[in-house]
Ligand binder design. Structure first.
Ligand SMILES: Cc1ncc(COP(=O)(O)O)c(C=O)c1O
Length: 401
């Protein structure tokens, strides 16, 4: 017999540090659906926070991991193994000749891109990174220092030096911070944790031009926007710009931990043996999962589907803005979507969960919606119906902020 909710909660309360506040025990997932400890089924429109772009337990990814697990779990980076080279080749083919360093998480990939940028600028005396207010880059110390949200840093001071913060979507505020110490500008193409704030294409193009003008690096964090989520392989493609370096993680391995620093050769080639390393980075299981994930996204044409079906879902959210006074704005690209309320989003997210739809309350008043890119049409309709019903209830006064 599987453990009950209370038993699992007790295990956590007794033995796990309380850094999270979960309210469900999930025991199984298939496609867009997950099941809790009582057998109740939910539509997972969180995708494990933008990890499960191909849905839960996709058979092709599961088979690739199982096959590799039977051959070899781990190869240290003292040695070559084919899959790490093949995965880098795949990413490079999509991103015009880039080179990769593999890590295990988004924060670790961002640490890698920050170190790479600093090493690139070292001889010119450049080290400072201009990151964005309201941006999010992870919880390790340098990633937290790059993050433009005080709540992530509070209590952990002193933060590593070398980060200043400009206003997102405001080129002048970046210009005002550029000095001879600046090595790069770091940003998300869509601020995800920050409340699904889309980078204006003209702003991203302006950042690219500024970086060229000052001979500094454009650094993108594609940890959450990458792997087709926004309806293009990477979010910055919507603006037609190419960063010098970017980070990936989350959906890259469909839930198998893997991250990557992806850099144009002019920057990538400053890394030499001894500069940076990671015991598990680019291990064979992670690379097998990531290669299979790319295959699924290509075979099922999921980048285009995220764009088409994301547009339909967004229309549904815009309809809520027209019909419900507490819904103030729908925003996002592809399947990186959200809507803002004029109040705290948590009570609505909780009611949706009770009804059977998992979404993410973000940035106080935003409901973030991240379905798998291969979500079925009837699942999208079901989710919109649940949202509609819950918003009706909220406007009838039975859900209170
Ligand atoms: C844009 C962005 N960067 C970095 C991270 C950190 O990734 P990880 O939790 O894998 O360290 C996240 C996590 O939500 C993210 O959304």
């Amino acid at each position: 017999m599987a453990a009950t909710f209370d038993e699992v909660q007790d295990l956590y309360r007794n033995y796990v540090m309380e850094t999270y506040a979960p309210e469900l025990v999930l025991s199984r997932g298939k496609g867009t659906k997950v099941w809790d400890a009582n057998g109740k089924v939910y539509l997972d429109f969180t995708s494990g926070i933008a990890v499960l772009n191909v849905g839960h337990t996709h058979p092709h990814v599961t088979a690739a991991v199982q096959e590799q697990a039977a051959k070899m779990f781990h190869v240290s980076n003292l040695y070559y193994h084919e899959l790490q080279g093949r995965l880098a080749e795949k990413i490079s083919a999509i991103r015009g000749g880039a080179k990769c360093f593999f890590a295990n998480s988004g924060a670790e990939a961002n640490e890698g891109q920050i170190k790479l940028a600093r090493l690139w600028g070292h001889e010119q005396g450049k080290h400072e990174i201009i990151a964005m207010k309201n941006g999010f880059h992870g919880r390790t110390l340098a990633a937290a220092a790059a993050t433009g949200q005080d709540k992530v840093k509070k209590g952990f001071e002193p933060m590593p030096e070398g980060f200043v913060h400009a206003d997102f979507n405001d080129l002048d505020s970046i210009k005002a911070l550029i000095t001879e110490k600046t090595v790069g500008v770091m940003l998300e193409s869509i601020q995800a944790e920050g409340g699904v704030i889309v980078g204006d294409p003209a702003f991203l193009q302006g950042v690219r031009a500024l970086c060229d003008e000052h001979n500094i690096l454009m650094l993108c964090d594609e940890v959450q926007c990458g792997m087709g989520r926004t309806g293009s392989w990477f979010g910055f493609e919507h603006a037609g710009v190419a960063p010098d370096v970017f980070s990936m993680a989350k959906a890259l391995g469909s839930g198998f931990p893997v991250g990557a620093v992806v850099a144009s050769p002019k920057v990538a080639d400053v890394f030499h043996p001894g500069h940076h390393a990671s015991t598990f980075g680019g291990g064979p299981l992670a690379c097998a999962a990531a290669l299979a994930t790319f295959e699924v996204i290509e075979q099922e044409d999921l980048v285009a589907k995220a764009q088409e079906k994301g547009a339909l879902l967004k229309e549904g959210l815009e309809d809520f803005v027209d019909r419900f006074e507490h819904v103030v704005e729908a925003r996002g690209e592809g399947f990186m979507l959200g809507f803002a309320l004029d109040q705290d989003a948590k009570p609505l997210a909780k009611s949706l969960q009770e009804m059977g739809l998992l979404v993410i309350p973000t940035a106080g008043n935003v409901i973030r919606i991240l379905p798998p890119l291969n979500v079925k049409d009837d699942e999208l309709e079901e989710a919109l119906d649940m949202l509609d019903d819950c918003l009706e209830e909220m406007h009838g006064g039975s859900i209170e902020a």
